[in-house]
Design a binder for this molecule. Structure first.
Ligand SMILES: [Zn+2]
Length: 489
């Protein structure tokens, strides 16, 4: 494909001088053109393909060395070429993956942004991908880019750095602001070790704002800014009645069946239509706060790719957007009794369900376990045990009307010529709480993916149309950070 204007712009944007080949002064439009050219000329795709080829999953211990390789050999040389000083730190604590920090400081009087990303992915699940697709090879098919990490999260943080490259080139090697970068490699294991690391390096990581990307837009065509994330609370429900299985002919119908008791307990937690019944599990006051409701007014949730919200599932009276961004969801991640792969004629000795609550910053996760215990007792399930209950990722939220959020919204709208949907938190989880707690930064997440992207399953992919908008949006954000008009410090 051809670059939009000027001459020699495809791909290797770093070779350009300031402004375009005709000697025009550096400009915002010039930066956006360079960014789009990196997308259209294949430069970004090639760079991403090389990084996807590093099988840096944090969910297979044997691949742990690939996490370090991703940071050191994958990102390191590029960051140095972009003028960053980069360091790879060992993981903070048992089992935590390495963390890369980098900075490019031009003038402490100018704003400092913090960019976050994660270089680890979930497991490849190689056997489950469609014919001709594989997790560690970027494959273009039917207008999509397939590969593990194309959406979560390599495709997103690499895109933001490619946009930065375009801005540096347009400004002739200058940035006009300061940028710090954190790339962790344990996000898919709950950002293990990130909190103590950020706490210990808080002074070095100090910034005015976190601007980063992960997760989906609210719909494929709607540019989105999320100012926080929902949290995740995990627990097991266990019905353990006997040391071993007993003959289903002699005992079935005579003694309680753990699988059936557990099924009823789950039904007592959440009804036939997905309405959560546990008092105390809802956002405070049992309602979506007015500010959240206001922010979500008119917000459409759509995935494409054959998935769509079911109007008959979830809390009655809420819009789709309120259900997934303003409310708390209960999900059974796995549920077993006996041996599903090899059933025997026995009443199983025990049944276990691994469960999750996705909750907003308006909730009280410290009270979730006690609320569930009280509910199960009141519903007649004293034998159902709650085990391993804990917050895995905390919820976070920056006020959607924070000056940095409005500044970013206006910048992206200017770059794309489209309305940006601001949501008070993303539906998924991210470690934004760590940066809020230890650095006090407002959160501006600008996602480059969509709900149908297949992340965490086979056939993960990115949509080039969203990436092309995303690289332009970030070129605009990086450009505007170097101009007057940023929020007061
Ligand atoms: Zn993920």
């Amino acid at each position: 494909m051809v670059a939009e204007s000027g001459g020699n712009r495809e791909g290797a944007v770093q070779h350009g001088g300031p402004g375009d080949a005709g000697g025009a002064p550096p400009s915002r439009d010039g930066a956006l053109s360079r960014a789009r050219a990196a997308m259209d000329g294949g430069g970004f795709r090639d760079r991403l393909a090389a990084l996807i080829a590093i099988p840096s999953t944090s969910q297979e211990p044997a691949r742990a060395p690939e996490l370090d390789r991703y940071l050191r050999d994958g990102l390191g040389p590029w960051l140095e070429a972009l003028g960053f000083t980069a360091t790879v730190h060992p993981g903070a604590g048992e089992g935590a993956g390495p963390i890369l920090t980098a900075e490019r400081i031009e003038d402490p009087a100018r704003p400092t942004a913090l960019l976050y990303g994660h270089g680890d992915t979930v497991a490849g699940l190689d056997a489950d991908w469609s014919e001709g697709l594989a997790p560690w090879t970027l494959t273009e098919r039917d207008g999509r880019w397939y590969g593990r990490g194309t959406a979560d999260n390599k495709g997103q943080h690499v895109l933001n750095l490619a946009a930065l490259e375009a801005v540096i080139a347009e400004r002739g090697g200058r940035l006009g602001f300061n940028l710090k970068l954190v790339v962790e490699t344990s996000e898919e294991r709950g950002s293990l070790g990130l909190r103590p690391f950020v706490a210990a390096h808080a002074a070095a990581l100090a910034a005015d704002v976190l601007i980063a990307s992960d997760g989906p837009r609210v719909s494929p065509e709607r540019p989105t800014i999320a100012t926080g994330t929902r949290g995740t609370f995990h627990f097991d429900l266990a019905v353990r009645l006997r040391p071993g299985g007993v003959h289903s002919g002699h005992w079935g119908g005579l003694i309680p069946d753990p699988a059936i008791v557990l099924a009823h307990a789950v039904a007592a937690i959440c009804d036939r239509r997905g309405r959560v019944r546990v008092p105390g599990w809802q956002p405070r006051g049992g309602r979506v706060p007015d500010s959240v409701r206001e922010a979500l007014r008119g917000c459409v949730v759509a995935a494409g790719d054959g998935l769509a919200p079911d109007p008959d599932w979830g809390e009655p009276g809420l819009s789709d957007a309120e259900k997934v961004f303003g409310w708390n969801g209960f999900i059974v991640l796995a549920q077993t009794a006996g041996k599903p792969a090899a059933p025997v004629n026995a009443v199983a000795p025990e049944a276990v369900a691994h469960c999750q609550i996705r909750y907003t910053a308006d909730s009280d996760p410290e009270g979730f376990e006690a609320a569930l215990r009280a509910h199960l007792d009141a519903e007649g399930f004293p034998e159902v045990r709650i085990e391993n209950a804990r917050v895995r990722m905390a919820a976070s939220r920056t006020d959607p009307s924070h000056p940095w959020v409005l500044w970013a919204r206006d910048s992206v709208q200017r770059s794309l010529g489209e309305r940006v949907q601001v949501i008070p938190n993303a539906s998924g989880g991210l470690p934004g709480d760590v940066f809020v707690d230890h650095l006090g930064v407002p959160l501006v997440w600008v996602p480059h993916s969509y709900n149908g992207c297949g992340q965490h399953g086979p056939d993960e992919h990115a949509l080039p149309a969203i990436l092309r908008e995303g690289i332009a949006a970030f070129a605009g954000l990086w450009w505007d950070l170097g101009e007057p008009g940023t929020p007061p410090r």
